[in-house]
Ligand binder design. Structure first.
Ligand code: ATP
Ligand code: MG
Length: 348
């Protein structure tokens, strides 16, 4: 019996953060035993907005792999694949680009937000603008049934489903239509109170941060700006301190009591933050320890990624053969013309 398949991934633009943990990593770890799981280290996608800094992308590939191992993704269950080493994905992207329109791509709400954040305007690099299409190639190259992602990725999964339907209808039903699976925390806000914590936004607690760094970041976190004195009533909504407690504190009744107290007044930010640090450390300390352990054998980490990439490439090559046949591009494996005469095999 074959297991259903998962494909998901991360851009190697920096080490992974606690938003990845609750948004996607936790799900991946739990599902890896029941699904044939592939995780893409998406260096090609990372280059779409970091093409001037390829060194940064390269350096973060193994950082991300270390984060995977540290949170409990097991290379015996999960295949780690470096995107650029699977050229079939680039090939698929080219064919999929025919199946989407520029006006449709313009409406992608996540890309819209990112273009604004990066200040691109109309000068957005074309590669960045079309990255949802290359993401459709990632997912379908692996024939994924399920894609565990954060909420910001839902438009990408929808775009993928549209491309799959279009392709299967036009050519032949060879592509698998995937489902998204959003984590318990769909979108963890940033330390600065922005709607999303992001590696490239300077508002993240990384899984690899030392306890001292985590403490410093928590102390500097944005809270309710109107909560000036301890006795003042404070606001819980839009306050990332409480969003993190919701995400990480297993004692829901205690979180509720803290929220009630904060709203009433009399609970200071320093005190809640001290509690938050303790809660975060309960999750982060073991991850940090495992990360340090794996980091002692970087050659081993590299081997895991190399072997995973080789296996991943075989899967993508299989999809590509089916895609080529569906698009009548399988020139040398089926006769070029249905002519009864033998074909000339060379020009004399
Ligand atoms: P970048 O800023 O470079 O885009 P990122 O932090 O957004 O980095 P990605 O590599 O783009 O991270 O995303 C990897 C996965 O993690 C995606 O499935 C994404 O939805 C999820 N994710 C990223 N940030 C968060 C967050 N703050 N909350 C929940 N999920 C998140
Ligand atoms: Mg992102």
């Amino acid at each position: 019996m074959t297991k259903p398949r998962i494909l998901t991934g991360d851009r190697p633009t920096g080490p992974l953060h606690i938003g990845h943990y609750v948004g996607s990593l936790r799900n991946r770890v739990a599902l890896q035993y029941d699904y044939d799981t592939y995780i893409l280290i998406a260096d090609v996608q990372a280059l779409t907005d970091n093409f001037e800094n390829p060194r940064k992308v390269r350096d973060n590939v193994l950082e991300v792999a270390l984060d995977y191992l540290a949170v409990g993704l097991d290379p015996a269950e999960t295949t780690f694949v470096i995107q650029s080493q699977v050229p079939e994905i680039a090939e698929l992207t080219v064919f999929y680009l025919n199946l989407v329109t520029v006006s449709h791509l313009r409406q992608n709400p996540t890309v819209k937000t990112e273009i604004a954040q990066k200040g691109y305007g109309e000068a957005v690099p074309a590669g960045f603008f079309v990255y949802p299409v290359s993401q459709a190639a990632d997912i379908t190259a692996f024939g994924a049934n399920l894609v565990p992602v954060g909420e910001d990725q839902l438009p990408m999964i929808e775009q993928t489903r549209e491309i799959v339907r279009r392709f299967n209808h036009l050519y032949a039903p060879v592509l698998v239509e995937p489902q998204a699976l959003v984590g318990e925390v769909a979108r963890l806000p940033g330390l600065d109170g922005q709607a999303k914590m992001g590696k490239s936004l300077g508002n993240a607690i990384f899984l690899s941060d030392s306890e001292g760094e985590v403490a410093r970041k928590v102390r500097g976190m944005y809270t309710d700006p109107n909560h000036l004195r301890v006795e003042d009533p404070g606001q819980v909504e839009g306050n990332p301190v409480f969003a993190y407690l919701d995400a990480f504190d297993p004692d829901k009744a205690r979180v509720q009591a803290l929220k009630d107290h904060y709203r009433r007044g009399g609970l200071g930010d320093v005190k809640v933050k001290r509690h938050l640090l303790e809660v975060l450390e309960a999750t982060l300390a073991p991850i940090r320890a495992r990360r340090a352990e794996f980091a002692r054998d970087m050659a081993g980490v590299e081997a895991v990624v190399r072997e995973g990439t080789e296996r991943g490439r075989e899967v993508a090559a299989g999809t590509m053969r089916a895609v080529r046949a569906a698009m009548h591009l399988d020139y040398f494996s089926t006769p070029l013309s249905p002519s009864p005469h033998p074909r000339r095999t060379h020009v004399s």
